[in-house]
Structures are given as C-alpha cells and as structure tokens.
Design a protein around this ligand. Structure first.
Ligand SMILES: [Zn+2]
Length: 200
C-alpha cells in the first residue's frame, strides 16, 4: 500500500490594508499563503505551487485565490515572495536521490568485487550457486593446479537472498565430496549467473 498525495502547509500570513470586498471594512482582511507539496508516506517530495485564502475578521467572508481582486492578487504575489522558500518540501526527493546514487555506487562496487573474487579463487570463498532454479552454497576448500575444489551444501533454498539461512540452520551440512572445477571457468559461471554471489 502506497500512501501518497498532496498536502499544503501555511508559510506566511499578513493583515492587508485593502478593504474587505464584502463589508468594506479596512484592515480586517487576513491573508494566508500556503505551499502545496507532493508527499509519499507523509515525506515531502517536491513543492507544487502556492495557494492562498483571505478571511475578513469582521464579516468572516473567506475568499480563495481564484476569487481575489487584482489588489488582493498583488498582495498575494508580494507575500508569497516574502514567504519561506520551504526547501524542506524537497526532503523526500533529496533522500531518494542520495539513495539512488548510493545504491548504484554500492552495486557497482559489488560487481567489481565479484569479478575480482572470481578471477582469483581463494580457500573459504563461499559461492551462491544456482541449481535447477534453487540456490545452494559451495565452499572453496582447495585451489590447486588451476582447479578449484568445492564442497556443496546439501540443502537448497528458493531465493538467493535467503541462502545464508542454509548456513545458520545447517552449518555443517557441506558434502564431503570434492567437486573440481577449472579455475578459469569461475568467471564465466559468474557471468552467466550460476554463481550469483561470492562471500569472502
Ligand atoms: Zn468583511
């Protein structure tokens, strides 16, 4: 469920000297300026213009921005200029931008690390290995004569991100059998996603 929409918040108010168009009382009209902004889960995303209302202290008449007289509109323009810029209405967008930049940086770094680890296998590297649409773990136990020897975990799980559960639930369930794979095949197994992650 995504909760999003528009909100507005008061950013300025002033008593204006022009007479009320309804009761003609002077200095009785209060103008309130609001900034509208988009939000998701109540986090402001970006501003979306301003709006205003006036209320007469005397006759209580309320006018919306589109009902303002030219003089009221001019007051509104000036009050709006003087009002807070409300940069906080960009909070969500700024956070989102930081998150996008950070996650693309992190994922680029992770891909680089994967390639490095694949090119030079080391004992105790732990591969997330895809078999028949499921994921299991393979542990490097020996690297010799251009061959990587692996012990496979005896269990598998349906999602790659859950694969560490195999370790926590069955830490000793690695098969005693050694499976030899030519070292120079490891990078292509990473490239075709058979090995989707390497923990070192
Ligand atoms: Zn009035």
């Amino acid at each position: 469920m995504i909760i999003y929409g528009w909100k507005s918040t008061g950013i300025g108010q002033a008593q204006i000297p022009e007479p009320c168009p309804n009761c003609s009382t002077e200095n009785s009209v209060q103008m309130h300026v609001f900034k509208k902004y988009a939000h998701v889960f109540w986090i402001p995303l970006f501003p979306f213009g301003n709006t205003a209302v006036t209320e007469c202290d005397h006759c209580k008449q309320v006018l919306k921005k589109n009902e303002f007289s030219p003089q009221f509109k001019e007051r509104y323009e000036r009050l709006k200029e003087a009002s807070a810029k409300a940069l906080w209405t960009w909070t969500g967008t700024a956070l989102f931008a930081v998150l996008v930049v950070y996650s693309s940086f992190a994922s680029g770094k992770h891909q680089e690390e994967l390639k490095t680890f694949a090119a030079e296998p080391q004992i105790n590297d732990l591969y997330t290995w895809k078999i028949d649409g499921e994921y299991t773990l393979a542990k490097v136990v020996q690297v010799a004569n251009d061959t990587v020897y692996l012990q496979f975990h005896e269990y598998s799980i349906n999602k790659s991100y859950k694969v560490n559960r195999l370790l926590s639930e069955h830490p000793d369930a690695f098969s005693a059998d050694l499976v030899g794979i030519p070292s120079d095949q490891i990078p292509s197994l990473v490239a075709d996603d058979t090995i989707s992650d390497i923990d070192r």
